[in-house]
Design a binder for this molecule. Structure first.
Ligand SMILES: Nc1nc2c(ncn2[C@@H]2O[C@H](COP(=O)(O)OP(=O)(O)O)[C@@H](O)[C@H]2O)c(=O)[nH]1
Ligand SMILES: [Mg+2]
Length: 239
């Protein structure tokens, strides 16, 4: 019943955080709309709903200035996954993740999954310059050599990810390797964008199934209670 599923509540919530202009909205747009627009403004927060197989995933986009309005932790409440995004050409944007955005994630679920994402990889990495399609090889000859200086190395992102795990006191034995949760993407060409979201969704699958089971148990209890109430009424009126 696809129509019924469309109107259903989201099964799980994800949030994308990071400074203004790192490409948060572009990443979500690339993933959900399969395209890139040069100008996409985010007023306050926006909400994307992605149907992944039989599951509904809500992805919350943020404007990047939420903490000034005390809204950041509200967006993160109940989040099962958080994408911390920086721009590979801006060291400052990586610093901001730790200085301004990490504390906003305190209201997320205690077992929240994190990904650290360096966007705009097309500006610095030849492999990220060609629009990714199913037919293109992994790293074809790039159209031109990138000229923009890369300010954030992958190792810096991995170090940040490890600090986040310590800050959150998450159990490293149950988590994927830090390297597997740090992505360099390009919303412009699509480079690594599907890999980012699909990796997160796969990791969230157990939580989705657990949440659905809890919801179903909850509704079964309600039905049972209703029917007992009905029975009671019938008995009372017959006496
Ligand atoms: N070259 C390049 N530009 C990007 C990429 N992603 C976003 N941009 C540009 O960066 C600017 C900010 O993007 P936007 O998605 O609005 O950032 P947000 O404020 O984090 O949501 C826009 O001009 C985008 O066109 C990317 O992957 N590569
Ligand atoms: Mg935006």
């Amino acid at each position: 019943m696809p129509a019924a599923r469309k109107t259903r509540k989201p099964d799980i919530k994800m949030v994308i955080l990071g400074d203004m202009n790192v490409g948060k909205t572009s990443l979500l747009h690339r993933y959900t709309e399969r395209s890139f627009k040069d100008t996409l403004s985010t007023v306050g927060g926006a909400f994307f709903l992605k149907q992944w197989g039989p599951y509904n995933i809500s992805i919350w986009d943020t404007a990047g200035r939420e903490q000034f309005h005390g809204l950041g932790s509200m967006y993160c409440r109940g989040a099962a996954a958080i994408i911390l995004t920086y721009d590979v050409t801006s060291w400052q944007s990586l610093l901001q993740l730790e200085e301004r955005f990490l504390s906003l994630t305190d209201s997320a679920n205690s077992d929240c999954v994190f990904a650290v994402v360096g966007n705009k990889a097309d500006l610095t990495d030849p492999c990220a310059q060609v629009t990714t399609t199913e037919d293109t090889p992994a790293c074809p000859t790039p159209p031109h050599t990138p000229t923009v200086h890369k300010q954030v190395a992958q190792e810096d992102a991995v170090a940040l990810y490890n600090r986040i795990i310590r800050y959150k006191a998450l159990d490293t034995h149950t988590l994927p390797r830090a390297e597997d949760m740090c992505f360099e993407t390009s919303a412009k060409t699509g480079y690594n964008v599907d890999a980012l979201f699909e990796t997160l969704f796969e990791l969230l699958l157990p939580s989705i199934i657990r949440k659905q089971a809890q919801t179903q148990t909850g509704s079964a209890t309600v039905c049972l209670e209703d029917s007992q109430e009905e029975k009671k009424k019938k008995i009372e009126c017959c006496v």
